[in-house]
Design a protein around this ligand. Structure first.
Ligand code: FE2
Length: 397
């Protein structure tokens, strides 16, 4: 077989110098990080093979806003229950603090489950380590309280309805969960590198609105001592103004987030932030549930990770938030889901029964077929042909 020379690896390489590659000026610009680090070397992440340096003005070496020389006179977001104030805070500063979003009892249930789980995972030798501290992944399988948070159920998060409203406004109806995990800052840990959560989209900044919106559950007091999240208030605006692929000049300093147990921080996916350094002798936990548009790929592969028991008992909302409602542009299986809008309990998009068939070893895929296929091959009980009917029967009870 003679392959045309134009299709050979050597020819392609020879004809693909960097300057001829498509969109490379933009896609490989390295912005905004290139200019951020050039103009703000204090934002360069630490070398985790060396002790952390203090007293040199690095981004982790800061304090809470009210004690910060630069930030203390700014009118930064304060904890509030007022949705209109939250809207203003989000637009102006890129975040807001929902006061008492979890009641004392809800908070206690949340943090005690986190602590038990953290100890259990250590004992089982499955504790996820990061340079900042212990992480607890896939909270969906680790307690009813977390599942109810994913549903924004007032039984576990009393501000749930308000948070849903803000998410509907920022991401549009049909948004789904990107992940829900607990982020530990351990004594002796390092700060996380400053980043924006929708960073994978860079150098696109999405100048008009965020493509990801995060909800940070704060089940214990956080401050400058125990690793309160590092933030540059209003940084989303600086990125918006620079635009996609734009360069960033000198940035304002970071603060440590200060918040009481029970607060939930809502923040725009374009705000520059990172886990702070815990200088106490106790672990500090928060939990982040980021959310994305309905068709985006999720950080957590919920379709695989969710346990059979949780899946079996999941509410229509929980299934939807996991990305279990396929729609034309997301999560289709063998074409199933195309034409669906991705609504709760839409029989034409609910993919739960594919997962169950897979678990039971009964998933029969449509493979290679032709007019020469045998009767047996052609008459298989293909799963894709059965799911819609099965869904309809289940949903109509
Ligand atoms: Fe983040």
């Amino acid at each position: 077989m003679v392959i045309p020379i134009e299709f050979t690896k050597e020819y392609i390489e020879e004809n693909s110098p960097k300057e001829n590659q498509l969109f490379s000026g933009f896609l490989k610009s390295g912005e905004p990080y290139k200019s951020i680090f050039k103009n703000n070397p204090w934002l360069i992440p630490p070398d985790t093979s060396k002790p952390l340096e203090w007293g040199k003005g690095m981004y982790w070496d800061t304090t809470v806003a009210r004690k910060h020389d630069y930030w203390k006179d700014f009118d930064l977001p304060q904890p509030t229950k007022d949705i209109n104030v939250m809207r203003q805070n989000i637009l102006e500063w890129g975040y807001c603090l929902v006061e008492d979003a979890m009641s004392e009892e809800q908070c206690e249930r949340f943090i005690s489950r986190i602590h038990q789980q953290a100890r259990g995972e250590k004992l089982a030798g499955v504790n996820a380590k990061s340079s900042t501290g212990q992480y607890l992944h896939s909270l969906i399988n680790k307690g009813q309280v977390f599942r109810e948070c994913i549903e924004q159920n007032p039984n576990s998060v009393q501000a749930g309805p308000l948070i849903e409203q803000i998410l509907n406004e920022t991401l549009g109806y049909g948004w789904i969960c990107h992940s829900f995990l607990s982020n530990g800052a351990d004594p002796g840990g390092y700060p996380q590198g400053m980043h924006m959560d929708q960073g994978p989209l860079l150098p696109w900044v999405t100048e008009e609105a965020p493509a990801l919106f995060n909800t940070m559950y704060i089940p214990q007091d956080v401050n400058e001592e125990n690793g309160g999240t590092l933030l540059i208030p209003g940084s989303h605006k600086i990125f918006m103004e620079a635009g996609s692929g734009g360069e960033i000049g000198k940035l304002p300093p970071t603060i440590n987030l200060e918040a009481k147990a029970g607060t939930i921080m809502l923040f725009d996916g374009r705000v520059f932030h990172g886990t702070g350094v815990n200088r106490t002798d106790k672990q500090r936990f928060v939990a982040t549930m980021s959310n994305v548009k309905s068709w985006m790929r999720q950080q957590e592969n919920w379709v695989l990770t969710v346990s059979p028991e949780v899946l079996k008992n999941a509410s229509p909302k929980l299934l939807h938030r996991m990305g279990m409602q396929a729609l034309t542009y997301g999560s289709t299986i063998e074409g199933f889901g195309m034409g669906s809008a991705g609504k709760y309990n839409e029989a034409s998009g609910l993919i739960k029964n594919f997962r169950i068939a897979l678990e039971e070893g009964k998933y029969i895929r449509v493979g290679q077929l032709s007019e020469d296929s045998s009767e047996e091959e052609l008459n298989q009980e293909f799963t894709v042909s059965k799911i819609y009917k099965l869904n309809k029967e289940e949903l109509e009870g």
